[in-house]
Design a protein around this ligand. Sequence first.
Ligand code: CTP
Ligand code: CA
Length: 226
Amino acid sequence: NHHIKASLPLLGKKVLVTAGPTYEAIDPVRFIGNHSSGKMGFALAQQLYHLGAEITLITGPTVEKIDHVTRIDVISAAQMLNACTTHFAQSDIMVMSAAVADYTPVNVAEQKIKKTESEFNIALKKTTDILATLGQQKRENQILVGFALETNDEEHHAKEKLKKKNLDMIVLNSLNDKGAGFKTETNKITIFNKEFNSKSFNIKSKTDVAVDICNEILNLMIAKHL
Ligand code: CTP
Ligand code: CA
């Protein structure tokens, strides 16, 4: 009995995970998106489930499939924000691995835009930063985990985001190494905690990366007596 409980350290915990890209509509047939596959978020949801947690997975468009979770499919950044703010208060842990669009069209054309001019501009406006919004709402007994995707000054930018968004932990995704990041089966990560301690991991499968991230989350829970 003791053994079973120890192997399910997140039993009774509610975990919110986001995954995938968002699509920002331009007109009825076009959108602005990104190359996120959703694999990392789904691997995390899977692993957190194996640790005993009750999972709500909010995902943008993806072909990924998963069992044993409450799945909420969204398309746009605005829809993802809405779903996240609805479920955050009831969550013990929130892991924001979605690749949320930073900008969205100011207007969505009702009809398909025809090609007329030789140059064509789309006016964009900033989306709401979901993670920063949740960081402001966060209680003492909640753990908020973010991601950072950088190509330069990685460590500096990751630490800035950790601070600015009031996170407990940030997972830096290195795009520099071949075979890491979007559209791949592998990732190379460095994890920073609030004290700016960092832990670097070797390049490995997204499933194994999810295990590493979960172990860090468990360490954090112990440190915070949660
Ligand atoms: N994020 C979010 N809402 C947004 C944009 C980003 O919640 N509108 C989250 C991402 O899910 C990720 C973290 O913020 O967990 C960092 O995303 P990233 O794109 O690396 O950083 P940004 O803060 O968007 O800054 P920039 O893209 O300019 O580097
Ligand atoms: Ca961004």
